[in-house]
Design a protein around this ligand. Structure first.
Ligand code: SF4
Ligand code: SF4
Ligand code: FES
Length: 388
């Protein structure tokens, strides 16, 4: 049942009265009303973990600051979320991000601070005036990274960039239902690892790249941008398109290095569009909610090398009288295919023909194949691979 706005419960947020739908978190109410709260471990597709403490807010009557991502809004609550309204929140954010930087190379990372995805931690640290409190020794193992020489071709983990927000492991578990990676070790040696320290190739990992996409620091990153010395993501041009590997129609962004191939441009990585915020009515999240947010399969995310491969066919080929394939125009190729099909029909009858289409095609294309089969050639011998 849709409730009228004037019947909805209300909180006071930074002095403003804001209505909310029961079940919404303080973070959701705040972002809907334009109040910016920094987050590192939050993702609308995951169960809230309250792990990174960057989204803490002041709630009247509560002794401690509370994580807004994991705290449901309650009617009549008085909440302060912005540093301009609360010196306590200003102090908290400055100290928290200064502390994070003691275990993170920040601007000093040899491969650049934004080697992988945009580094949310370093951006937040700058925004909230974090200070240099020195660096602690990294005691964690790169169980998926350089030191273990994991031979998977795509994903690399750099423990010195990791803030243990567990977004990658939660995504792998709650969205992908794969659980290929996990938190391992204890105390200051806690790290991200695979069961028994196996290569990702020897686990249930599907190479979806979701762990890379959600990581807020680039600790879970792509190998290729590092080994190929590509520009950082912020310098790439994004082109929104639809994956053509299958008929599901996932949207993604091709990241183009405009200077590559002598200015012709080159697709150097694929990223997912930012997930849409949830609707204002409370929705179940993560594993319990059966999230609809599967982002990419491995082919869509990492299988883009073929686009610029020198062996890729760019024009149709038609077999000539010499038995060899020769480049042709589309008109020539279609005329040759039509003549071949008509020839079989005339010599052997319409049911000597059969048409098989692909689940990689769109539904419209599949419709046209059956139309071609039935209406043009008069045979019901038509099939689509997904039907078997
Ligand atoms: S690539 Fe996908 S399946 Fe593999 S560890 Fe990352 S999230 Fe899990
Ligand atoms: S690798 Fe990234 S997402 Fe995973 S725990 Fe570390 S910082 Fe968080
Ligand atoms: S975003 Fe709320 S605790 Fe991390």
């Amino acid at each position: 049942m849709i409730q009228r706005t004037d019947q909805l419960p209300t909180i006071e947020l930074d002095g403003r009265q804001i209505t909310f739908h029961p079940g919404e978190s303080l973070l959701e109410v705040a972002s809907r009303s334009g109040v910016q709260i920094p987050t590192l471990c939050h993702d609308p597709r995951l169960d809230p973990a309250g792990a990174c403490r960057s989204c803490l807010v002041e709630v009247e009557g509560q002794r401690r600051l509370l994580p807004s991502c994991a705290t449901p809004a309650v009617d009549g609550q008085k909440v302060t979320a912005s540093p301009e309204h609360s010196p306590r929140i200003e102090r908290h954010r400055k100290s928290l991000f200064s502390l994070y930087l003691t275990e993170h190379p920040g601007e000093d990372h040899p491969d650049g601070v934004e080697r992988g995805a945009p580094n949310k931690l370093v951006r937040a640290a700058k925004a909230f005036g974090a200070e240099d409190w020195g660096k602690l020794e990294n005691l964690r193992d790169d169980l998926l990274g350089d030191r273990s020489h994991d031979e998977n071709p795509y994903i690399q983990f750099d423990s010195d960039l990791c803030i243990l927000c567990a977004k990658c492991t939660r995504y792998c578990d709650e969205v992908e239902s794969v659980s290929a990676i996990t938190l391992a070790g204890r105390g200051s040696e806690t790290t991200i690892a695979t069961p028994d320290g196996r290569s990702l190739l020897d686990t249930t990992c599907e190479m979806c790249g979701g762990c890379v996409a959600v990581c807020p620091t680039g600790a879970m990153g792509e190998k290729k941008p590092k080994t190929h010395k590509m520009p950082v993501e912020a310098e790439l041009e994004k082109v929104r398109t639809t994956c053509n590997y299958c008929g599901v129609g996932c949207q993604f962004d091709l990241n183009v290095d405009p200077a590559a191939r002598e200015g012709g441009g080159e697709i150097v990585k694929v990223t997912s569009p930012t997930p849409a915020p949830p609707p204002p009515t409370p929705q179940p999240r993560g594993r319990t909610g059966g999230s609809t947010a599967r982002t990419r399969c491995g082919k869509g995310r990492f299988g883009y090398d073929f686009l610029h491969h020198e062996d890729r066919l760019k024009t149709p080929l038609v077999r000539g009288a010499d038995g060899e394939l020769h480049p042709a125009t589309w008109d020539e190729a279609l005329a040759a295919a039509a003549a071949g099909l008509r020839g079989v029909q005339e010599r052997h009858g319409k049911d000597a023909l059969a048409f098989v289409s692909s689940s990689r095609c769109t539904v419209e294309e599949n419709f046209l194949v059956q139309k071609l089969s039935r209406a043009v050639f008069g045979t019901n011998n038509v099939h689509q691979c997904a039907a078997t």
